[in-house]
Design a protein around this ligand. Structure first.
Ligand SMILES: [Ca+2]
Length: 387
């Protein structure tokens, strides 16, 4: 009896554990419109796994990455690019930390550095659904890469459009894809306009955004020191997109700054790995993060003036790949709040009202930060090539 109670407690704390390990739904045929079929042939989604002398087919986890590639996005992409059990079907760009164009090229650059030329990158949304375009040059530099000017040998083409590719992949692999959105949710919203059941056709959707869980009847959830610096740009830069995602049913997990800003990693952590290994991915992080770490160190002063940096987007990757690292989450409907001083609008998970009709989505409350850091360290110390 004790054992079964423990098992229930585990499921309660980690509600996605069950859903992440369910069997994929049977595939449904649908014609592909924009997908590069050559790429699919080049990267099989199955690999031969040998154990106990017998050959077994092990299905890789299929992931789409939707990114406004800045510094922490680069690290997040690396975590997925290095994982032999992950098949990155596509990387789609979105404006945010930088322009959509640079976000695409930066993602290409990261993947090339990691030896993952096989992973395709597509241009997604360059502007929000309705509101004016805003970006984050003060944190990630004009180019998203700390004004280093690094660019891939070949820029990402404007066609096919990333939203078309996402829809094609979802129809090709219904119920099998884990979607990771680590920028504004504009691509998701545009895909939802065309496929209202998108989130139900995905295996899961993990998003960096929301203020987290609002206190009971709180009307000002943004008034928290964790948000005083850069707030929640992924949501505020396109609130209409965020609201569209929040309004649809699906296995959606929001991992916002409430969680991610708690983990400020010493800059020396990355410098030490780069210097001791000489590996290109770790060296890239140290190259592009000098200004980024300066921003975080000024914004969140540390004892002894230690320089630190945020790893926001890596938290979402950890939540996706290692749900055991989520130490607490709550299921909540999401509600929009407006800060009258700035006019910025936010989403926060609120307590359900009587006869609640809004979709209930998962809001991460806390994570095992040491576990996430260990995951990052193991990744960056892994010799190339990563495939
Ligand atoms: Ca991001």
């Amino acid at each position: 009896m004790v054992a079964s109670r423990s098992a229930l407690a585990l499921l309660h704390l980690h509600p996605r554990w069950h859903s992440r390990h369910r069997s994929p739904k049977p595939a449904r045929k649908r014609p592909s419109r924009a997908l590069d079929s050559a790429r699919r042939k080049a990267s099989p989604s199955h690999l031969l796994h040998r154990s106990s002398g017998k050959a077994e087919i092990m299905t890789k986890r299929k992931v789409i990455i939707d990114t406004d590639t800045g510094v922490d996005d680069a690290l997040a992409i690396m975590l997925l690019a290095a994982d032999p059990e992950v098949d990155i079907l596509a990387v789609v760009s979105v404006f945010g930390n930088t322009t959509g164009e640079r976000a695409a090229d930066n993602a290409r650059y990261v993947l090339d550095i990691c030896g993952r030329q096989d992973v395709p990158v597509y241009r997604g949304s360059d502007v929000p659904i309705k509101q004016e375009l805003r970006m984050n040059p003060g944190i990630h530099g004009e180019d998203g890469f700390g004004n280093t000017g690094l660019r891939p040998e070949v820029s990402v083409a404007t066609e096919p459009n990333g939203v078309d590719v996402v829809l094609d992949l979802v129809y090709q692999y219904p119920g099998e894809i884990d979607y990771l959105a680590i920028g504004p949710q504009t691509n998701l919203a545009r895909a939802l306009e065309r496929e209202p059941e998108l989130l139900q056709k995905l295996r899961s959707t993990t998003i960096v955004g929301t203020l987290g869980p609002a206190l009971y009847r709180d009307t000002e959830p943004w008034a928290d020191r964790r948000f005083r610096v850069s707030r929640d740009p992924n949501v505020t830069f396109d609130i209409d997109a965020a609201e569209a995602v929040a309004a649809h049913e699906g296995d959606v997990t929001w991992c916002g700054p409430y969680v991610t800003r708690q983990a400020l990693v010493p800059e020396d952590f990355f410098i030490e790995i780069a210097q001791s290994t000489g590996y290109a991915p770790a060296e890239l992080i140290t190259k592009i993060s000098a200004d980024y770490a300066g921003f975080y160190s000024r914004s969140y002063p540390q004892p002894g003036d230690e320089r630190v940096m945020g790893i926001n987007d890596s938290m979402a990757v950890a939540a996706l790949l290692r749900p055991d690292l989520i130490t607490a989450s709550v299921m909540r409907p999401l509600q929009t709040f407006e800060d009258p001083a700035t006019g910025d609008r936010y989403l926060a998970g609120v307590h359900p009202v009587k006869d609640e009709t809004r979709p209930v989505q998962r809001v991460v409350v806390d994570m095992n930060f040491d576990g996430v850091l260990e995951m990052i360290g193991e990744t960056l110390r892994r010799p190339l090539p990563w495939r």
